[in-house]
Design a protein around this ligand. Structure first.
Ligand SMILES: C[S@@+](CC[C@H](N)C(=O)[O-])C[C@H]1O[C@@H](n2cnc3c(N)ncnc32)[C@H](O)[C@@H]1O
Length: 287
């Protein structure tokens, strides 16, 4: 496989599209109930910060199954409209099944989707913006779709070492598995927006102003029991990918190591480890 530093933005984009239309989308769908319990509170915080108003036009970027799209649609009411855009056909099909009268779901790449120009009051995303192969192009595309006083509000994870919920199981399992991919600093992925300076560079490069980064720290629910987590580990995320390439013996050893490292965190409320996000807001233009 080509080292990630040698991949072009178009190749990185194509890789993400293939992932979210394949194992990534399937894993997200299969694990969604647990995921919603893990990130629901973060989602409430970013919805509150976005403060959608009746009559507004909104884009929900990387909308997935459309849970936040529906909340936004409730807030803007029948006089407003929400466009949920996502690169995964399977996730968009599930989102459409809810039939929200004032929301439309489209399959599209954030960097190239032909949004109506200068039309949107709010561009919103809960964890949907870190997977772009061409991030400046994507944010420029949003900026051009926004009204001059439009606002951008999104949530992304900070760095892996600030997110033990993501790092701890992977670190415990890694010695027993085939080498895990080590994403380069510009590669798309879950923690691609952890470096605040990089996000500032992307947003300023796309024409945004009045950037604000608010840290949000909460415990992340990983599963009710360690057994649940081990079952889910095979469904979504970096461990799912590593498990798919490992032998059954390697998977068994990796799971035993994960169980051991999570034991001190098992409580009646489930297994929860610290998580850390940026709540990012910006304005579409300097004016
Ligand atoms: C971590 S999921 C978040 C889903 C949703 N926002 C939520 O909170 O439930 C990331 C989503 O971004 C979508 N995505 C990735 N790259 C994209 C792109 N270039 N354009 C549009 N959507 C993209 C994926 O298909 C996936 O649904």
């Amino acid at each position: 496989m080509k080292p990630s530093v040698e991949k072009t933005p178009a190749e990185l984009s194509a890789e993400q599209a293939a992932y979210w239309n394949g194992a990534g989308g399937k894993g997200w769908l299969a694990s969604y109930d647990r995921i919603e319990r893990s990130i629901g509170d973060f989602g409430q915080a970013v919805l509150a910060a976005a403060d959608p108003q009746p009559g507004e036009k909104v884009i929900d970027v990387g909308c997935g199954l459309g849970g936040t799209t529906r909340s936004l649609a409730d807030a803007v009411g029948l006089g407003g409209h929400v466009l949920g855009v996502d690169i995964s056909e399977e996730l968009v099909a599930s989102a459409r099944a809810h039939r929200v009268p004032n929301a439309t779901f489209v399959v599209g790449n954030a960097a190239t989707h032909p949004f109506e120009a200068a039309s949107y009051d709010l561009v919103f995303s809960r964890f949907g913006v870190m997977f772009f192969g061409e991030p400046v192009a994507a944010f420029r595309n949003f900026q051009q779709a926004m009204k001059p006083d439009g606002r951008l509000v999104f949530l992304c994870w900070r760095k892996p070492d600030e997110n033990p919920w993501g790092l701890v199981p992977v670190r415990a399992a890694a010695p027993f598995l085939p080498p895990l991919p080590r994403p380069g600093p510009e590669d798309p992925g879950q923690f691609a927006f952890g470096d605040r300076a990089r996000v500032e560079r992307i947003l300023k490069g796309a024409g945004f102003s009045a950037l604000s980064f608010k840290p949000l720290d909460q415990l992340v629910f990983m599963g009710q029991t360690i057994a649940d987590i081990l079952e889910n580990g095979g469904r979504f995320g970096p461990l799912a990918r590593a498990f798919a390439e490992a032998t059954p013996e390697q998977v068994a050893k990796a799971k035993a190591a994960i169980a051991e490292t999570l034991k001190p965190h098992e409580t009646a409320e489930g297994v929860r480890l610290p998580g850390a996000c940026w709540l990012v807001t910006a304005k579409a233009s300097a004016g």
